[in-house]
Design a protein around this ligand. Structure first.
Ligand SMILES: [Mg+2]
Length: 369
């Protein structure tokens, strides 16, 4: 099977409400949809969408990287795609990872279609049909966050992830976390994500203040790039610690694992460069008894379907995954949406990714990056 054409479309899709984290507010999601056409008539889909809140130069660089790759792709055997997925030059690593993810997803889609199986079963012999998912609350206001939490409970989510790190001090964090815990009751899991907003001492103090609210884990309490700081927080608090921004490649995940800096790894295919690097991380983490969960980067339906297939390869008893993010956007660009029922997402069973683009919606949202 040879690739004879690489096509792509840029998109801009508004968030239903501004998505607020410790890094600020996002109002729209931008990215690129990739189509790899082969000589036997198959089309593989992928999404290359640098993570929201990342460097502004990453989005135009994705298009520029694809333009450069376009000339070298035709007539490549699909198995050689890993060579072209190492773009050189001065592009930001976030843009390079997104392009690699888009091409890796499209390649996995094609290889799974050719094998007549789903991407999940192509990646791993055993795979779950459904994956437990959390909802994400990124509303800074206490009452709005509590309302969203009550809605999540009523919708059957087993787990709520609350963005923290925006409040002024531990007492304000406590007030908001307490309101959300009251809204969801005692049985739902509640995890927090600080997106690296705290220093080590501040993280230790704040997490200790929040521990009475039954926190499943705290994601990235301190800024990424200092695994020793993460390890110090882990050693000082009872609540488990998850590494997220610190897991931006296979090598970075190995550093976290090597330092024993976290009990949980958050894996984003868009950040680590695709489904196959993500599987490598999962396998290494499992060897060390560290749990993994998969999340989208608030992608459209293509990126979400890819993350869902990956999440379906995790042990069935695992943590809820951050895949129920489609509703944050005004559209998912799919003909049939990926639905959440009773707090679980069902992975498509058809060969490949098993989803189709809504061409009309793609046209409607086509804007330059
Ligand atoms: Mg996170």
């Amino acid at each position: 099977m040879k690739v004879n054409r690489l096509a792509w479309t840029t998109y801009r899709i508004p968030f239903r409400q501004p998505f607020v984290t410790a890094h600020g507010a996002q109002t729209e999601r931008c990215g690129v949809l990739i189509q790899l056409h082969t000589d036997n008539g198959l089309v593989g889909l992928g999404e290359a969408a640098p993570i929201p809140g990342g460097p502004a130069r990453a989005w135009p660089e994705v298009a520029a990287l694809l333009e450069t790759l376009q000339a070298s792709l035709p007539s490549r055997r699909l198995e050689e795609m890993t060579d072209v997925m190492e773009p050189t030059g001065h592009a930001h690593p976030v843009a390079v990872a997104a392009v690699r993810c888009g091409l890796d997803t499209a390649s996995c889609d094609l290889l799974a279609q050719a094998a007549g199986t789903s991407v999940a079963l192509w990646l791993q012999k055993e795979s779950s049909e459904t994956v437990p998912v959390n909802t994400t609350i990124a509303l800074p206001d206490v009452a709005s966050a509590a309302d969203a939490a009550a809605t999540a409970r009523a919708s059957g989510f087993p787990c709520v992830k609350l963005k923290v790190g925006m409040a002024k001090g531990a007492e304000a964090e406590r007030e908001r976390v307490a309101a959300v815990r009251r809204a969801i009751g005692g049985r739902l899991k509640l995890r927090l994500d600080a997106n690296g907003a705290w220093g080590v001492e501040q993280a230790i103090h704040t997490i200790r203040v929040l521990e009475p609210y039954g926190i499943e884990f705290v994601e990235q309490p301190v800024a990424c790039g200092d695994v020793e700081a993460l390890r110090r927080v882990r050693a000082a608090v009872r609540t488990p610690i998850a590494a997220d921004e610190d897991v931006d490649s296979v090598a970075a995940a190995e550093r976290v694992l090597g330092a024993g800096a976290a009990q949980v790894l958050v894996i984003k295919p868009m950040v680590v460069g695709g489904l196959r690097p993500a599987r490598q991380i999962i396998e290494r983490a499992q060897c060390q008894g560290v749990s993994c969960l998969v999340t989208t980067t608030l992608d459209t339906g293509i990126g979400t379907a890819a993350a869902l297939h990956l999440a379906a390869t995790l042990p069935a008893t695992g943590l809820a995954c951050g895949l129920a993010t489609g509703a944050l956007l005004t559209t998912d660009l799919l003909t049939t949406p990926l639905l959440v029922r009773d707090g679980r997402m069902q992975r498509p069973n058809a060969a490949g990714l098993g989803v189709r683009l809504d061409e009309e919606a793609v046209k409607r949202h086509n804007r330059p990056l």
